[in-house]
Ligand binder design. Structure first.
Ligand code: SOE
Length: 393
């Protein structure tokens, strides 16, 4: 029987870590979810012709461009997937939206609030023409995180009093780790604060349904100079000495905030939590109970029901692999579990479903702008001895 669903060509810009995991998502979404449209992996764009061609062949992209502007012009591209460092998100997303292409953009949305505001405006203009856009905050699509959001929304925790969110990594503890783009402000916008702090800000607001209204924070750069990476010709051209370069972003950020519902929130985003590899954690304490999640045990959600007798209470483990749990039923039988890559497949599935339904997916660029405002407020606070900084918008 012929497939009458519309085929939408995807053009992806960038093929490093995020490009690889997004490619896996585009390859797998249709195999596990009934999608309203069929994604076609039409074209991959990258600056190096040889390396982009090799990446396209390995990851399943049909064609190659070495200029993202050419990718956007193509008639076989209906969706643009931005997997580049943050310094190019605004230019690519705005051009793609203005050209009528749906856009999935990696997080954080941009490197500055001004860029994020321009992107949100372009997304609003485009939505009026039926063009959809979404920010790739993938941790919302961990089944256990989605279940946590569902439980809070159902009132299972009562009044939210505390959110405690951490994102702990240790990949740059070694001072000999080279000065990669994530450690350069002009490329990344910030360090741990934007790269992984953006995830826990989005996750905290998603799970609680509340907004941060003000923050106070500190940032620190523990290792201030690093070896220049072999292939960073750009650094040498930018005037770095041939052996070392200055780290221009934070290694860690700690901050606290008030929630719109009256609760208190604390956050820690660091690349120096020695021994923690990708520990994105959130705990919510409410008047009727608590939830705890740790990505390093991503199929588990810990729940304490405070309404039952203390003698029987305490945190119990929910193994989030049942058919009735968010996303889980599409995959394996209970207990088999999912991984990091599946959260991106869920992201692509939700994005394509929104496009098919003619609705705006979440998180929107406006959601991404709000996260950018929180990041900027934390940085402003940290630049002023942790001064309390309200969050506009
Ligand atoms: C940081 O190293 C990083 O790759 C983030 O950029 C991703 O968003 C996160 O999912 C994993 O860690």
């Amino acid at each position: 029987m012929s497939d009458t669903r519309p085929a939408l060509g995807v053009g992806m810009v960038g093929y490093a870590f995020m490009g690889r995991v997004h490619s896996q998502a585009w390859r797998s979404a249709g195999a596990f979810f009934d999608l309203p449209v069929v994604p076609a992996m039409a074209v991959l764009s990258g600056r190096s012709p040889d390396r982009t061609a090799a990446a396209a062949a390995q990851m399943g992209w049909a064609a190659v461009e070495t200029d993202w502007k050419e990718l956007i012009k193509r008639d076989d591209v209906h969706i643009v997937d931005i997997c580049t460092p943050g310094d190019s998100h605004a230019e690519i997303a705005i051009a793609a939206l203005d050209a009528g292409k749906h856009v999935l953009c990696e997080k954080p949305l941009a490197n500055t609030v001004a860029e994020a505001e321009a992107m949100a405006k372009a997304a609003e203009r485009a939505a009026g023409r039926g063009v959809r856009s979404m920010v790739a905050f993938n941790y919302r699509r961990v089944p256990a995180v989605s279940l946590a959001q569902r439980m809070v929304a159902e009132g299972r925790l009562g009044e939210v009093r505390h959110v405690r969110a951490q994102y702990l990594q240790d990949w740059i503890v070694d001072p000999e780790f080279p000065l990669v783009w994530r450690l350069q402000k002009d490329k990344a916008g910030s360090g741990a604060l934007g790269d992984i702090g953006s995830h826990i800000v989005d996750t905290a607001e998603f799970v609680t349904g509340q907004r941060l209204t003000g923050v106070s924070g500190l940032t620190e750069t523990f290792v201030k100079d690093r070896p220049v990476a072999e292939d960073s010709a750009g650094l040498a051209a930018a005037g770095h000495s041939e052996t070392t370069g200055t780290v221009t972003v934070d290694d860690a950020a700690v901050f606290m905030g008030r929630l719109s519902g009256g609760g208190l929130a604390s956050f820690e985003a660091t690349r120096f939590a020695t021994g923690r590899k990708n520990a994105m954690r959130i705990e919510v304490n409410g008047s009727l109970g608590s939830l705890h999640f740790d990505f390093e045990s991503m199929n588990e959600l810990w729940y304490h029901d405070h309404t039952i007798p203390a003698e029987d209470a305490g945190f119990r483990r929910i193994l989030v692999t049942e058919a009735g749990h968010p996303y889980a039923g599409a995959w394996w039988p209970p207990g088999h579990g999912l991984g990091y890559e599946h959260t991106f497949t869920h992201e692509v599935k939700d994005f394509l479903e929104a496009i098919g339904a003619g609705t705006d997916p979440a998180p929107s660029f406006a959601d991404g702008l709000r996260v950018q405002r929180v990041l900027a407020a934390v940085q402003e606070s940290a630049d002023n001895e942790a001064r309390w900084t309200p969050i506009a918008g």
